[in-house]
Design a protein around this ligand. Structure first.
Ligand code: BGO
Length: 670
């Protein structure tokens, strides 16, 4: 029968642990010679049998009280194979004082971190594995009154008894250790395992030592301690208490993580919300965060874009050199590398942007943004809840349109869906990034931010227009619950960004790839690969469309083709330019083609857009015009054919009007 002791502070849950371990196998008596209750219980773990002796609950082992003396004498004299110490995790620093004292005895211990439920509520999380490794003791967590963790505790008891690990000696400061060493020789005739502990007790002026060492030696010991106290100008018992608290403080710092409690989080959230959802500051803060997001996306992503671009071009050159001059080689280098590569190179920026959007959503900021915009939109007589689908539209119009289902009234739903495509989706980003890097080098982030903001403003204006034309009355109240801010898990945030980036790549491999092939075929037939694209079908299409777009400042026929195919998916706008310009001959500029994918595109685009005004006019057009096929299909599914056609046409007309106005006013200034 193994003998194990159970110790702990009063109210740490010791009785609950005792009952949970021993069930009804308990005997109650008194400790010998005194009237203090002594409880003993039995338990069986696997085939091993244990007697568990419940020590009186104490805060320390200084032998000042009867309870403390009983507990201490039992551990010293009866040498239990294991002392299980129950700790109230909500008060771990105080509970650890006793733990240190028991550990100083050098006997195997097991720490039960109890009250785990309460600790969690208070945001306390003890790293039990770390603590166990550090102290070389078994550690487990329990909620003893509900028997949670008791089975694991039993396994740990068995393992601790079998292994008989000695806990690590937790050293005090060098100065104190020297003092302890100076005292240890007084106990050279006693158990070597207990010498350090006796020395510590002597320094704590524990008078039980008088009996242990005899009167004479005790006097010498007292004189020695007096000398030490004089030299350190402190009392040794106070010094040791201070040292123990210093060790406890170190352990707490290392192994206790204090997270915000629910209450703290709510308080903290309210404080932040006072600022970020402020009546006046809310909107500029939202705009500022968006601006920062684009700056960082372009800045961080930009590093990778150049690298991807470089390797993509090198790969294209290599394939071209290996495959020689053939139709297939032209297809690979122009359609695949040129067409797909032109926008796949923007994946890093898009990834960073997705990462930010999912981070802002995960920490709970996006619902604040909707809340802020709600007030603003209410002021315009609109429904604030509409802003949630609109914000989702930043990622992709399709989920944005679908999210409008949450709006109760059909009118709100229709209005929201009609304006959600104006929220710039991720697919338009490669277009902004490409033209931004050519015509507004160094300011791509700000240009993109500006376009996003124009999209938001136009969406609000158009919503207001629709409200006062189609749906005159009706006002619903928007009550929104703001979840407390939380620190998102990196896994969730990155996972979301990876999923979105993967969708982007998947689109690249399917619909966009197909479109790029069609564009390429149209650009090489009927006259063949040696003829420039304008001599082929694509040129015919482009020339037919050219007069339509020329008033907007687009001088090359390629712009019309890119925009037309862009209705399949907005990324195709860049893909089309990539396919058309990768194989095109630029005469004297040809040397620049060496510079890579973007090098070719730069020259091509500079011929289509003779100046930054024309380029921005094109960006405005891409931002506003007819949404992609997938978005249109979703609109049809949600509110029917009629509204789908309406969206497709009104957005085209709006885009045309805005670009026309911008370009014709803009060129007056250059
Ligand atoms: C009462 N979690 C929580 N939340 N409570 C626990 C846990 C735990 O893990 N473990 C024990 N308790 P003792 P000592 C009580 O008795 O085992 C509770 O002194 C009550 N009683 O249920 O007695 C346990 O032996 C009325 O609570 O500890 C007990 O070390 C209202 O902590 C208390 C509320 O446990 C002390 C609690 C009539």
């Amino acid at each position: 029968m193994h003998k194990i002791a159970l110790g702990g502070n009063p109210n740490s849950g010791k009785t609950s642990v005792f009952n949970a371990l021993t069930g009804s196998h308990q005997h109650v008596g008194n400790w010998p010679g005194v009237t203090v209750e002594r409880k003993e219980g039995e338990l069986k773990i696997d085939s091993e049998r244990f007697t568990l002796i419940d020590l009186p609950g104490t805060y320390s082992l200084s032998a000042n009280s009867l309870d403390e003396k009983i507990a201490r004498d039992f551990i010293i004299d009866k040498k239990p194979e294991l002392t299980v110490i129950v700790i109230d995790q909500t008060n771990i620093e105080r509970n650890f004082y006793l733990v240190l004292e028991i550990i100083e005895m050098g006997r195997p211990v097991l720490l039960v971190l109890n009250m785990d439920d309460e600790a969690r509520k208070m945001g306390i999380n003890v790293d039990s594995d770390g603590l166990s490794k550090y102290m070389n003791v078994h550690v487990c967590k329990t909620v003893a009154n509900r028997r949670v963790g008791i089975d694991v505790l039993k396994e740990q008891i068995l393992s601790a008894v079998q292994r008989q690990n000695k806990p690590k000696v937790l050293k005090f400061s060098e100065k104190t250790e020297k003092i302890i060493q100076a005292i240890e020789p007084f106990f050279k005739d006693h158990d070597p395992d207990l010498r350090r502990w006796f020395a510590i007790k002597a320094l704590e002026k524990d008078d039980f030592l008088q009996e242990l060492v005899g009167e004479k030696a005790y006097e010498q010991l007292s004189q020695k301690i007096e000398l030490i106290e004089k030299s350190i100008a402190n009392e040794t018992d106070i010094l040791l208490a201070e040292e123990r608290y210093a060790v406890i403080h170190g352990i707490a710092k290392e192994f206790i993580k204090r997270m915000l409690t629910e209450e703290d989080r709510e308080r903290f959230s309210t404080k932040i919300d006072h600022v970020v959802t402020h009546r006046i500051w809310g909107i500029p803060i939202f705009a500022g965060i968006m601006w920062l997001m684009f700056q960082l996306a372009f800045y961080i992503g930009g590093y990778f874009v150049d690298a991807v671009d470089y390797w993509f071009s090198r790969f294209g050159d290599y394939l071209a050199s290996v495959m020689g001059d053939s139709m297939f080689s032209a297809f690979i280098t122009e359609a695949v590398i040129g067409g797909l590569g032109a926008f796949v190179v923007f994946l890093p920026q898009l990834f960073v942007l997705f990462l930010f959007i999912s981070f802002l959503g995960d920490i709970g900021y996006m619902s604040r943004a909707a809340f802020v915009m709600d007030k603003f939109m209410h002021a315009l007589g609109l429904h604030g809840k509409s802003f949630i689908p609109m914000i989702l539209g930043f990622g992709c119009t399709v989920p944005g349109v679908m999210a409008a289902r949450t709006l109760e009234s059909k009118k709100d739903r229709v209005i929201t869906i009609l304006v959600t495509p104006l929220m710039s989706c991720g697919a338009r980003l490669p277009v902004y990034a490409l033209l931004g890097s050519i015509f507004f080098a160094g300011h791509e982030g700000s240009i993109t931010f500006l376009l996003y903001m124009i999209g938001i403003v136009l969406a609000i204006i158009m919503a207001r227009v629709f409200k006062s034309t189609f749906f005159k009355k009706e006002e619903t109240l928007f009550i929104m619950e703001l979840p407390p801010y939380r620190w998102p898990s990196a896994r969730e945030t990155f996972g979301q960004a990876f999923r979105n980036s993967w969708l982007f790549l998947k689109k690249a491999g399917t619909i966009i790839f197909a479109a790029v092939i069609i564009i390429w075929l149209l650009s090489v037939f009927p006259a063949g690969i040696d003829a420039p694209p304008q001599d082929n079908y694509i040129g015919d299409i482009g020339r037919t469309l050219e007069p339509v777009f020329r008033p907007l400042g687009f001088e090359g026929w390629e712009a019309g083709v890119a925009l037309t195919f862009g209705i399949l998916a907005k990324e195709i706008v860049v893909g089309t330019f990539g396919t058309l310009f990768t194989g095109q001959d630029f005469g004297e500029l040809a040397e620049f083609a060496e510079a890579g994918l973007k090098g070719n595109l730069v020259q091509g685009l500079q011929t289509v857009f003779p100046n930054a005004i024309a380029a921005f006019s094109f960006l405005l057009f891409v931002l506003i015009y007819t949404p992609c096929a997938a978005a249109l299909a979703t609109i049809k599914q949600e509110i029917g054919w009629k509204w789908m056609w309406f969206t497709a046409i009104y957005l085209f007309v709006l885009a045309y009007g805005v670009s026309l106005l911008f370009y014709n006013i803009g060129i007056l200034f250059i």
